[in-house]
Design a protein around this ligand. Structure first.
Ligand code: GYE
Length: 307
């Protein structure tokens, strides 16, 4: 079922709409669910999807975008690996007259005319929710509380904004200190390696782990257990995304709280594409609503997880 485009008073465009999507990588369960959501929603909407995985390389994203321009797609969507460095390529897209959607992660742009809409989560708010949970969890624990942080990919907006939101929230209590903080690229493997090195350097001094995503938290849990400590008890663990695996860990008591970040952007994106083709104006920002889940609510939620 091809989506037939009705362009104002001209004849309906009797061909399939083509969407070029530059996905940043396949580093996490969140990302895999995001890709699947886009693929399924495109199919459902009858939109032809040209998909390229950039394997966490901005350079590869540039190449993908150029190939979409050559191909003459109707709309280009980019989930950008890092925040900066996008203006030149976006200008190429603009010169080709192709509308651009930014998905998932933010781009730092001075010229806001370079894109039509940014669809994704509020990462700063996610960081704040994580920090507020910690304040609450530790309200009766006196003295210094030492936090280790596993950051995501350097320069990526979820990493930058989750870090800032978290810091802004915990500022309220001076005893909460960020004791160690390193990037671990949003992968389980790096999460484990970096957590292992934290434990080798600081051992029992770490009270809390804030991981910027579930995959890194899962890797860190392995490192904590190998070190002979109990995740969720000896070290309080907070993470972001809300994958099924993280929920299972929460049910086991190994993760204390997970801030949800919704990867199911496909339906929103396809709706945006079709509206663009009908000549409608989109809101500049479309935010996906989210919440936090804790060890208290995990049990009754785990079966509902879709990713
Ligand atoms: O949290 C992480 C993924 O950009 C929101 O990227 C996304 C983040 C997500 O690798 O798991």
């Amino acid at each position: 079922s091809a989506a037939v485009i009705q362009t104002g008073d001209t004849e309906p465009l009797n061909r399939q709409v083509k969407l070029g999507f530059s996905q940043l990588g396949s580093e996490s369960d969140w990302r895999l669910a995001n890709t699947k959501s886009i693929e399924e929603a495109a199919k459902e909407a009858g939109i032809e999807l040209l998909f390229k995985n950039a394997e966490q390389s901005q350079e590869k994203q540039f190449e993908a975008v150029r190939s979409f321009i050559k191909e003459g797609v109707d709309v280009i969507a980019i989930a950008p690996v890092v925040e900066t460095g996008w203006e030149p390529i976006l200008r190429e897209v603009q010169e080709a007259g192709i509308p651009l959607l930014i998905l998932d992660r933010k781009m730092e742009l001075t010229d806001q005319s370079l894109y039509v809409s940014f669809i994704g989560s509020d990462f700063y708010e996610e960081g704040r929710m994580a920090g507020r949970f910690l304040l609450d969890k530790m309200r009766d624990q006196p003295g210094e509380i030492r936090i280790a942080e596993l950051r995501g990919t350097e320069g990526a907006s979820p990493s930058i904004d989750r870090g800032t939101g978290f810091r802004d929230a915990i500022k309220e209590r001076a005893e909460l200190t960020i004791y160690a903080s390193e990037p671990a690229d949003f992968t389980q493997e790096r999460g484990k390696e970096v957590m292992r090195s934290f434990l080798q350097s600081y051992g029992d001094e770490i009270d809390v782990l804030f991981a910027h995503n579930d995959d890194m938290a899962l890797g860190a849990i392995e490192a904590v257990e190998e070190h002979g400590l109990r995740p969720g008890k000896d070290i309080i663990i907070i993470s972001v995304d809300g994958t099924r695996q993280a929920f299972e860990m929460m049910v086991e008591g190994k993760i204390n709280a997970v801030v949800e970040c919704n990867p199911m952007l496909g339906p929103n994106v396809m709706q945006a594409v079709l509206e663009l083709m009908e000549g409608r104006t989109l809101p500049k920002r479309i935010i996906t609503p989210e919440r936090i889940y804790t060890e208290v609510t995990a049990e009754r939620e785990v079966a509902n997880r879709k990713y």
